[in-house]
Write a protein that binds this ligand. Sequence first.
Ligand code: SF4
Length: 399
Amino acid sequence: MNAPAALSERPSALHPTADAGFAVYVHWPFCLAKCPYCDFNSHVRLQPPDQARYIAAFRREIAHRAALAPGRTVSSIFFGGGTPSLMEGRTVEAILDAIGEYWAVDPNCEVSLEANPTSVEAGRFSDFRAAGVNRVSLGVQALNDADLKSLGRMHSAEEALAAVEIARRHFERYSFDLIYARSPAQTPALWRAELELAISHAAEHLSLYQLTIEPGTAFERLFRAGKLAIPDHEAGAALYETTQEITAKHGLPVYEISNHARPGAECRHNLVYWHYGEYAGVGPGAHGRLVTAEGRMAHSTEKRPEIWLERVEAEGHALVEDERLNEEAQGDEYLLMGLRLVEGIDPAVFRALAGRELNKSRVGSLIEQRLLMERTGGRLAATPDGALLLDALVADLAA
Ligand code: SF4
């Protein structure tokens, strides 16, 4: 087969972000309880799900996506949720086997699993490790018990740190999440102390999110009723600055708006999203972006777990969205993803995706306002001020 013929059979090889990697996202949609701030596709069930039935359905959706995107080499697999640490080790193993059956898997593939740091779930870490997971991301969220309680979490700070220690023993790589700006009582000094405690337990990676009030959550109802207070914009900005200062001081600088890592320890899975690579999403409510002969396609699946299961059993997949992204949409998505990164975006890649240049006068004006800055190689990145206004910055640049 000559080279042009090979390329024409693989439209993804010609896509402007073809070198960003190929990832598989697996969504496990069940949790033991619904956290009041959470707007993820997570469901609480009285009876535990039939994992054997879910394994069979995941296999079928993986086969379906592999038929749409054959010949890829998987660089990252991520089990997210919901609470994937409620999966049995054999379920994780069977899904990894199915992925390996339908695609080549890079020997250095990052295989991440989100886990809640209860003692029960930490007890499964050796099963997950044996199944092939090599990185866990722990939903610690806070390191004081009063705040954990108000966030609706089911673990204590002590239990969380014990789970971090178990993760450290089982996995080459681990990360944990914390939520800040979670109450007006959280001062920069308190957050600094908590963050330093976290860093003393975080080998290489931390995800640090500001609490946001999401539509449809219990927190939104409390907030609207005046029963929940959160820090105002200025207080939130002060906590954000503390976050940047402390993580940089301890060698885990920000590399994405909410993510901090020692150099080389960045989450490879999320980098595929932020570099606008290809990813297959399987499971209830999963999203994907695959390049097929039709173009770059946006996929998403049925969110309700039982309906997803029935549809996959009947049709081999449960896609509810299968839409070609035009040039403008691809350019917008590239900006939205890439400007989250400290390294920023490449205007030449934007041009190749969007079919037009970025508006030079808008770029100049945003640089003048110190919201955008030029990096080496002509890349454009949000400044720290721009990162605080990222949605507006992206909208301005995309217009
Ligand atoms: S455990 Fe995670 S996914 Fe489940 S409800 Fe809480 S925040 Fe949402």
